[in-house]
Design a protein. Structure first.
Length: 503
């Protein structure tokens, strides 16, 4: 075929390729919604959802101050203003929908960044989709209060894209790098662990970089300066605000003093949970988590070793350092919570490294097969866990409280006692920390908050309805006391499947 014929054939294919890419991006945008829709649209709230829902309307500024005291002012601002738009428990679904749609934007953004880094389209699609079915992402889709966390991830990815643009050319470099620093600071001021997604993008590029080691190290240093400056800007700004007395400072704003001890802690359950990828841990530990983490770690180590032996160790070292950046905030702060919501970046970085390692060890076809199976299983688990371990049990607690509230007559000004369940009386088949399978009503304040929303919805024309009954709660009734209405939430355990109760 002549060159002119080849050019004509390429021109005919171009619109088809554009259409294919467009539909692929639409599919990636909607993929999280397809996975999490049952949880998103179920009627329930999760612990802090109820408190923020009331405080945003009745105590203006309280949510903002609470989050700002933890150096997360943008999180507080976003929560307060978005929850103010919600009219009640039913509207929490729209906030969960917002978080889920933002996860879709994260998926599409990751795909684009991976493609620009040189990843093949199939691998880029599988990796991007796999990241948003990890347990950490399941929480973002399932908690109304967590929707800004997805926004913080997007800010971090945007910061990387701007920095990559600034480091790659001289024209407009200052504006691009300055914008990247501001975006990184904004991400950290929203939710610090999400800002570490900047390093996930670095890992994705580092595993594909080829060329002179000096250029690779210079690239790493450039991004390190941008990310570090953004984090330092956010931290310095909040320190100045606290020092000026404009906002109270939480005791949680503290720097880790025992770095070796913190490293040992991170290498334990947090790293294990991250390397287990789609396999969820449970209270007391799950053998499947340990074995999956071991296999994932071994595959990553073997793949990186083979790449280092074949293409040089400089690129491997850079990828490793970039991966270490996914825990830099976790390492720096004094908190030691093995929670999924703070290891999203670490787990995502592990998925990227695993995909690169599988391709190195078995070739593209084998890597695609393994990633496709992981995605199919992971999507099923994500749908099941977000509904079965979060939405359904929380909805059950809400239903039990609503049934009890139906016996409260405000005209009689009754006394109400809510028997709160113990943490191990959950209805879910398993539990992990305060995230999956946990109870909302086992605290002293949550039942009161939920009841306020229920009574306000039952008596919309009675503004003082929550002042027309006396509320108390506890795990058991006080000796010698009687109440007009007793709502027993210990019954929640009876809904747990029998097989799970025997564990």
């Amino acid at each position: 075929m002549s060159r002119g014929g080849c050019d004509a054939e390429a021109e005919r294919r171009r619109p088809t390729q554009r259409a294919w890419r467009g539909w692929l991006l639409v599919g990636l945008l909607l993929f999280p919604l397809g996975v999490y829709a049952p949880a998103v649209f179920h009627r329930y709230g999760f612990r802090d959802d109820y408190a923020v829902l009331r405080e945003a309307r009745e105590e203006s500024g309280k949510v903002f101050q609470f989050c700002a005291a933890q150096a997360r002012p943008l999180l507080g601002w976003l929560q307060e203003h978005s929850f103010r738009l919600a009219d009640g428990i039913d509207d929490l679904r729209w906030l969960r929908l917002t978080g889920t749609l933002l996860l879709g934007v994260v998926t599409a953004t990751l795909f684009v960044l991976l493609r620009r880094a040189g990843w093949a389209a199939v691998e880029a699609m599988l990796v991007a989709a796999l990241i948003v079915v990890l347990p950490s992402a399941q929480l973002i889709a399932s908690w109304a209060v967590a929707w800004p966390l997805a926004g913080a991830v997007l800010l971090a990815l945007a910061a990387f894209a701007w920095a990559e643009r600034g480091l790659g050319r001289r024209e407009g470099r200052a504006w691009a790098l300055g914008g990247a620093v501001v975006l990184m600071a904004a991400s950290a001021l929203t939710y610090q662990p999400s800002a570490q997604f900047y390093c996930v993008a670095m890992v994705a590029v580092a595993v594909t970089r080829a060329g002179r080691p000096q250029e690779t190290w210079r690239w790493l240093a450039g991004h390190g300066v941008v990310a570090g400056t953004g984090l330092a800007l956010a931290f310095g700004l909040m320190l100045a605000v606290f020092a000026a007395g404009w906002l109270p400072e939480s005791k949680r704003v503290a720097v880790e003093a025992d770095i070796p001890g913190k490293l040992a802690w991170l290498a334990g359950r947090p790293l294990q949970n991250a390397l287990a990828t789609i396999v969820l841990n449970r209270q007391g530990g799950a053998p499947a988590v340990g074995w999956t983490a071991l296999l994932t770690g071994a595959a990553i180590a073997a793949g990186l070793a083979r790449r280092g032996w074949r293409a040089g160790w400089s690129g491997v070292a850079v990828a490793g350092l970039a991966a270490a950046g996914t825990v830099v905030v976790n390492l720096a702060v004094a908190d030691r919570w093995p929670a999924y919501r703070v290891i999203f970046a670490l787990a995502a970085g592990g998925v990227v490294l695993l995909a690169a390692a599988l391709s190195e060890l078995g070739g593209r076809r084998a890597a695609r097969g393994v990633l496709a199976v992981m995605l199919l299983v992971g999507a099923g688990l994500a749908a099941r866990q977000s509904f079965g371990l979060v939405a359904w049990p929380q909805g059950l607690e809400l239903n039990l409280l609503e049934a009890g509230a139906a016996r409260i007559d405000p005209a009689l000004r009754p006394s109400v006692f809510v028997l709160t369940p113990h943490a191990d009386e959950h209805a879910a088949v398993s539990r992990y920390g305060d995230e999956f399978g946990s109870l909302t009503t086992d605290s002293y304040w949550a039942p009161k908050e939920i009841l306020k929303h229920i009574m306000r919805a039952r008596y919309p024309g009675m503004p003082d309805v929550n002042e027309r009954y006396r509320f108390e709660c506890g795990h058991q009734l006080p000796p010698g006391r009687t109440y007009d209405v007793v709502i027993d939430l210990h019954r929640v355990r009876g809904y747990r499947p029998a097989a799970a109760r025997e564990r």
